[in-house]
Ligand binder design. Structure first.
Ligand code: KG4
Ligand code: ZN
Length: 345
């Protein structure tokens, strides 16, 4: 039984968590997520402010996570910390703090890739969200369709060519005058819209695409965002729910169809969703309905685990710890970094 402290500071959430377990038998003992509300007044994350707020919050957040778990630093076996990708200044707060704590205690410190954290996160809530599976990772910074034959082996089938899915939600929210982060607001507004009033083309989704084409799995959302922009310019505020609905329908259908292609091609019977946009209930329902045809089960995290959190980082860290990984003391933070364990087809 190993007990891990996870730390996540890649964007605008300061989070710490204690998990314990072995292999895929893992229990979350605590999870603290402090969201930085300050960015709302700027309509997006201001990196310098994010770093400062992480600095202020990191000690109380970690202390609280240890207390909630009934743990002390002396009973922690290893520390896992997000070291990439994300805002470098924000990441560095978590990385420096984790390294200092681990060095002081003489325990291992492990740098974890944020998107690998999202891959593992869903398993914290669903014991069967285990490989082999097809994953759809949809966050504010990334959008990927990944085939996962086993933990640590990831085949990137498709990715966005431009904006991430969450970014598209946030930009469309701005166009519609909704607050940041926009995803949940757009989802709610879209639910009140009439689906027959507006229609946007499904981006990069055509029937004649073949499995060998890069566009078969790849995604693109910037054209959709421009289509929304044009629609908003020619419309009245009463049309906003209908525009939100048309946008929502287009993005959900595209994500679901491309994921279905991956499931069919790889013959997977499990689909794991991860990342902030996986908290979208409309997307999850559409994915479940579509996957019935493939007899594939869909596992989606709760909004709390979909969003950035340290428990998923600790969970991925445990896997690497058990495989003997230890990060050196010069572990650094990186704004972008390929997912570790990427294999080609
Ligand atoms: O994974 P995450 O918390 O942070 C990143 O790693 O980027 O994802 C945040 C993104 C934001 O763009 C937010 O608008 C989006 O997830 N999001 C949603 C929903 N909840 C959060 N997008 C659509 N529908 C939602 N219900
Ligand atoms: Zn994330």
């Amino acid at each position: 039984m190993t007990r891990i402290l996870g730390i996540e500071t890649s964007c605008d959430e300061t989070s710490a968590s204690v998990i314990e377990g072995a292999g895929d038998d893992v229990a979350m003992r605590s999870l603290v997520i402090l969201s930085q509300d300050v960015h709302r007044v700027f309509g997006g994350v201001v990196p310098e402010i994010a770093s400062r707020q992480h600095l202020t919050a990191i000690v109380p957040v970690v202390t609280r996570a240890l207390d909630d778990a009934g743990a002390t630093l002396e009973t922690i076996d290893a520390i896992a910390v997000t070291h990439a990708p994300g805002l470098v200044g924000a990441l560095l707060v978590g990385v420096s703090f984790a390294k200092a704590l681990a060095f002081g205690r003489g325990i291992p410190c492990l740098g974890v890739h944020h998107m690998e954290g999202h891959l593992f996160g869903t398993a914290l809530e669903h014991a069967d969200a285990l490989p082999p599976f097809t994953a759809l990772l949809v966050s504010g910074g990334h959008t990927m369709i990944v085939d996962v034959p086993e933990w640590g082996r990831y085949e990137l089938l498709g990715r966005t060519r431009d904006d991430a899915a969450g970014e598209a939600f946030d930009k469309v929210a701005k166009l519609l005058g909704l607050p940041y982060p926009g995803g949940p607001h757009v989802e709610r507004l879209a639910a009140t819209g009439d689906p027959s009033r507006f229609r946007f083309a499904r981006p990069m989704l055509r029937r004649d695409q073949q499995p060998g084409d890069a566009e078969y799995y790849d995604l693109s959302f910037s054209g959709l965002k421009t289509a929304v922009l044009n629609a908003v310019h020619g419309a009245t505020p009463e049309d906003h729910p209908h525009i939100a609905r048309a946008f929502h329908d287009a993005i959900v259908e595209t994500l679901v169809e491309k994921t279905a292609r991956a499931v069919a091609q790889r013959g997977r019977t499990r689909v794991v969703l991860g990342g902030g946009v996986a908290g979208n209930r409309t997307l999850v329902a559409a994915m479940r309905a579509r996957m019935k045809r493939h007899h594939a089960e869909v596992f989606a995290p709760s909004a709390r685990i979909a969003t950035d959190n340290a428990a998923m980082i600790a969970r991925a860290g445990l896997f690497h710890l058990e495989r003997g990984m230890r990060s050196p003391l010069d572990l650094n933070a990186f704004a972008s970094l390929p997912l570790p364990g990427l294999v080609s087809a």
